[in-house]
Design a protein around this ligand. Structure first.
Ligand SMILES: NC(=O)c1ccc[n+]([C@@H]2O[C@H](COP(=O)([O-])OP(=O)(O)OC[C@H]3O[C@@H](n4cnc5c(N)ncnc54)[C@H](OP(=O)(O)O)[C@@H]3O)[C@@H](O)[C@H]2O)c1
Length: 310
């Protein structure tokens, strides 16, 4: 496993994101202005993806009442208006896929939708049926990305997904985890099998994957989606009432949300983060993290030290 080669600050700013050794070049260099949307290329295809996506766990699992639907519609509209692409869901998330299916046809400018869901069941035919049910719930022709959720019956589903991809019924294959106990298994799976995407938990307070799964992903050209970038929201409790450091303005960061997201997506192996929110102003905040400059390696170290000292 090759370690990441740290970039100098000058190199980092010049290229827009870290490209070290075998790491993927982001398709769009970072902005010289604070308003440019940051995208990174999916290693296996070169397709650009905005670095901030949207999760749907819990936030989209609410009731089907008109008020909740109206709010989630505004959240989703804000996501697309501000340049969003990837929406991540799962059959595990209660009514989330059903609610997405209600909302998406009512949203304008959703041509950038990059639809990602998961298969989360044992058995080949059950998996096929579940994926078809998800497709119907979303009301889309096909998913861009189908992921095996938390490694559930992964050998069975991988065969199905390879066939679906060969037939053009999905575009990318992924596998996910949010549990440290799966990390060893996942490492050996990724070494032996071909995946386009890996989804895992990573945030400024939990960085163990940097030495393991993120290195493998970089080595094998696997795109990385980061779930729980806010540690399910608990990072905000840690910084409650604390001021942002002055150096945050050096990478166009004006809130703690942006601070946490910019930390995650500035890792060279990470393609995008998928924070979940039920509030329009939080969505606006999250999407702002995907604009302007990202912290360079030295600033990332500074960010860690600052948060650890709080
Ligand atoms: N194994 C897997 O495949 C797996 C596991 C876990 C998660 N996921 C995916 O990853 C997504 C993200 O993870 P997560 O939802 O568990 O946790 P998260 O995104 O780390 O945190 C969500 C929490 O942060 C709050 N929040 C969002 N934006 C904010 C902002 N700008 N300022 C302050 N608070 C903010 C939200 O509350 P508000 O509603 O009040 O904004 C919510 O309580 C999930 O939705 C899911 O799609 C996948």
């Amino acid at each position: 496993m090759k370690p990441f080669n740290p970039l100098t600050r000058r190199q980092f700013i010049a290229t827009g994101a870290a490209i070290a050794g075998n790491l993927v070049m982001p398709a769009i260099a970072l902005a010289s202005t604070s308003s440019t949307l940051i995208k990174k290329a999916i290693p296996k295809s070169g397709e650009d993806l905005a670095v901030i996506g949207m999760g749907t766990s819990r936030t989209f699992e609410g009731s089907n009442d008109p008020q909740s639907i109206s709010t989630l519609k505004q959240v989703t509209q804000a996501f697309f208006d501000l340049g969003g692409g990837m929406i991540d869901s799962s059959p595990m998330y209660g009514s989330a896929q059903q609610i997405l299916g209600r909302i998406l046809p009512q949203i304008s400018h959703n041509k950038t939708l990059f639809a990602a869901t998961k298969v989360w069941i044992d058995g080949q035919q059950n998996g096929i049926d579940q994926m078809e049910q998800s497709r119907k719930l979303w009301g889309i022709q096909r998913f861009d990305l189908m992921q095996i959720h938390n490694l559930v019956d992964w050998e069975t589903h991988l065969q199905t997904l390879q066939q679906m991809k060969a037939e053009g019924r999905i575009r990318y294959i992924g596998i996910t985890t949010s549990h440290g106990r799966f990390h060893d298994d996942l490492q050996s799976i990724l070494r032996k099998h071909d995946f386009d995407f890996l989804q895992l938990s990573y945030n400024i307070a939990e960085r163990e994957v940097e030495q393991s799964l993120l290195s493998i992903a970089a080595e094998k050209g696997i795109a990385v989606i980061v779930n729980r970038p806010y540690q399910r929201g608990s990072l905000f409790s840690k910084v409650k009432g604390k001021a942002l450091p002055d150096f945050a303005q050096e990478f166009d960061c004006t809130s703690w949300g942006q601070f946490f997201l910019k930390f995650v997506v500035s890792h060279p192996a990470v393609n995008c983060a998928i924070p979940a929110t039920s509030k329009v102003h939080h969505m606006q905040d999250n999407m702002q993290a995907g604009r302007g400059r990202l912290p360079d390696p030295k600033q990332r170290e500074q960010m860690i030290r600052y948060v650890e000292a709080l």
